[in-house]
Design a protein around this ligand. Structure first.
Ligand code: ADP
Ligand code: ADP
Ligand code: ZN
Length: 225
């Protein structure tokens, strides 16, 4: 990547669309740090911070954590040295207020968003993906019992950690999360479309096919930085 300016990609899509899976793969390929707001909340919860405990009450219901807390947490994370070359934002922003805060923050440092890929997947497929998702307790790597199984059941390929099912991946919570996505987050598609930043990717394709489609869309955007 020839770019000298930091590059910011933001992945938009409903829960289960594959944002985290793709961001983790492209992090290595593009040398851009994956910043996942959901992972940051879960890390806070693991460390029993005040923020983590507060966030849990929203996450368990499938609601969004209040904007002010979320914005501060992600901004702090983006100031760390490993984001100096930019970041792949996965799960943030999720409201118009978060999107404006991000714009203001990037403008203040003389940078901007390069591209906002939108991953599209039907609800039935999303429900199947979310209810079969398994996550590594140790490193956060994501698997699916059927669509992306680990080599050995219940064990992370990357670090040998134990896989668990997120409590918010239960069928009841999943329905509310989809509702919250369409109501509060999907308006961001219009926001970024109006800025000429969206590119639509069929997220229902196989993981490897989606990865290549994302790369094909992202590489030209990086070249013009
Ligand atoms: P998100 O971060 O958008 O919520 P994830 O990347 O965690 O989504 O993926 C949700 C679930 O679907 C995981 O179990 C993951 O292994 C699986 N998954 C991701 N991409 C695909 C795909 N293209 N086809 C089938 N399953 C997928
Ligand atoms: P998924 O991609 O499967 O929806 P995430 O791990 O991104 O899951 O998010 C899990 C939960 O964390 C959300 O349901 C919400 O409660 C909280 N969360 C994550 N990101 C944000 C955000 N940008 N704004 C508000 N809440 C968030
Ligand atoms: Zn692991």
């Amino acid at each position: 990547m020839a770019s000298t300016h930091p590059v910011y990609l933001l992945f938009i899509g409903p829960p289960g669309a594959g944002k985290g899976t793709q961001a983790a793969m492209l992090e290595k390929e593009l040398g851009l740090k994956q910043v996942s707001s959901g992972d940051l909340f879960r890390e806070n919860l693991k460390n029993q911070t005040e923020l983590g405990v507060l966030a849990k009450s929203y996450m368990d219901r499938g609601e969004l954590v209040p904007d002010a807390l979320t914005i501060r947490m992600v901004q702090d994370r983006m100031q760390r040295p490993d984001c100096a070359r930019g970041a792949i934002l996965d799960g943030f922003p999720r409201t118009l207020q978060q999107a404006s805060a991000l714009d203001a923050m990037l403008a203040a440092q003389g940078s901007q968003i390069s591209l906002a890929p939108v991953l599209t997947v039907d609800d039935d497929e999303l429900i199947a993906r979310l209810t079969g998702r398994r996550v590594c307790r140790n490193c956060g790597a994501t698997y699916h019992v059927q669509f992306n199984p680990p080599r050995s059941e219940g064990v992370c390929d990357a670090c040998g950690g134990e896989l668990y099912q997120r409590s918010d991946d239960s069928p009841e919570t999943v329905h509310n999360r989809l509702y919250v996505y369409y109501k509060q987050t999907s308006p961001l598609i219009g926001y970024y479309y109006a800025h000429g930043l969206t590119t639509f990717i069929d997220g229902s394709q196989a993981i490897e096919v989606v990865r290549q489609a994302l790369l094909d869309a992202i590489q030209p955007a990086l070249a013009v930085q």
